[in-house]
Ligand binder design. Structure first.
Ligand SMILES: [Zn+2]
Ligand SMILES: [Zn+2]
Length: 383
């Protein structure tokens, strides 16, 4: 009895200790769950409201991208070659753009700024971002004169700048660098404006006609505040073999690659070796030369890619052979192909892919899924 009486408090103490340990374990478990939830919440920004639209215009051999934000702000990156001026203006009308909040001229080559004067004459422009490279061509000089004549705010781009295009849409400038490249294969290309547009979990990297040197420095200087990683990569220099290096792709890790180039272009864009490098990374490739106008829409959580024409994957992944030795982009061959004049019919687009967020350990990975065709994906702004 005495022994039993003596052991009872010891048992109670043991029970209390077990209870305490259990309670502590439970608290730790709750803390871990909460922390995990917080981590997830932190990694996934709260879903933005509205839809971001990015249009890769079919301007033949050149670049032109229209960005329409949920707040109906409009940004134009490049304006294609001179012969595509009508096409760019027509697109602005079709998407209901009455004013451009920002124009970016990635670099002064004619296949990027050829249609710019026509655009500046067509709609009011609030701000013009230029790479700031002296370039003594008539096309570039006339563009600068037009900007001055219209009294448009002119800004020279530099890595570190950031544009908030309405709520939730951020455009970060990653290049050109304060010290411009000199003595590269094409300094105009190498000093292209590189910009990363992000909206919620969606991001796209615009690269102009970046050269290998640009990509190397972007990789070197990548910092935590503005990563290179992007869901969609606008492939540099129309898919030429001089850029889209492996170390660069390792950092960008794109899911979708977008190439703007002309059907039957003499430069051999895109190069097969570039496509082979891309194929190791991306789930999908899209090309304006084969698919026509390409529209990407995102609500900040998932995104969809629509194309004007449906093209077999094997054709998309087939590169072109050059018929001309290209030095920069300035030399225009005699048999320069004209951009196709067929009016794009986006209603009832034949090809459409949905990217659904699939939660996985270590973040969210977007899976490509074929969705049913949907009609009428045009976005009309402030008509
Ligand atoms: Zn170009
Ligand atoms: Zn160029």
């Amino acid at each position: 009895m005495a022994r039993r009486r003596g052991t009872r408090p010891a048992i109670q103490r043991n029970q209390r200790r077990t209870l305490l340990v259990l309670l502590l374990g439970l608290l730790l478990l709750i803390a871990a769950v909460l922390f995990h939830r917080f981590e997830v919440w932190r990694r996934e920004p709260s879903p933005p409201v509205g839809e971001l639209t990015i249009v890769a215009l079919d301007v033949g051999q050149g670049d032109s991208f229209l960005i329409l934000t949920p707040e109906r702000k409009a940004v134009l990156i490049d304006a294609g070659p001179p012969e595509a001026a009508d096409r760019v203006r027509e697109a602005l009308t079709r998407y209901g753009v009455l004013q451009l909040d920002l124009i970016i001229a990635t670099h002064p080559h004619a296949d990027h700024i050829g249609g710019m004067v026509a655009v500046l004459d067509a709609v009011p422009v609030r701000m013009f971002l230029d790479s700031g490279q002296p370039y003594p061509t008539r096309t570039y000089t006339r563009m600068l004169e037009k900007i001055r004549e219209k009294g448009i705010r002119f800004v020279v781009a530099e890595a570190g700048q950031e544009f908030q295009i309405g709520a939730g849409v951020r455009l970060a400038i990653l290049a050109p660098f304060p010290t411009r490249f000199q003595g590269t294969r094409s300094d105009e290309n190498a000093n292209s404006i590189v910009a990363r547009l992000s909206y919620g979990a969606f991001s796209i990297l615009f690269t102009g006609d970046s050269e290998r040197e640009t990509e190397d420095r972007l990789v070197e200087q990548e910092n935590g505040t503005e990563p290179l990683a992007a869901r969609v990569l606008k492939v540099a220099h129309h898919g030429s073999r001089f850029s889209t290096t492996r170390p660069f792709l390792e950092r960008v890790r794109p899911e979708v690659a977008l190439i703007a180039c002309g059907a039957d272009n003499a430069y051999g864009h895109p190069a097969q070796e570039t496509l082979d490098r891309l194929r190791r990374w991306v789930r999908e490739l899209h090309r304006t030369d084969l698919e026509g106008e390409i529209v990407i829409r995102s609500d900040g959580r998932r995104y969809e890619v629509h194309t004007e024409r449906a093209v077999a994957a094997e054709d998309l992944w087939r590169g072109r052979r050059p018929r001309l030795r290209a030095k920069g982009d300035s030399a225009v061959p005699a048999d320069w192909p004209q951009p196709s004049r067929a009016a794009p019919d986006l209603v009832g687009s034949p090809a459409r892919t949905r990217f659904e967020p699939i939660p996985r350990a270590g973040g969210t990975v977007y899976e490509a899924r074929r969705g049913p065709h949907r009609r009428g994906h045009r976005r009309v702004l402030s008509v």
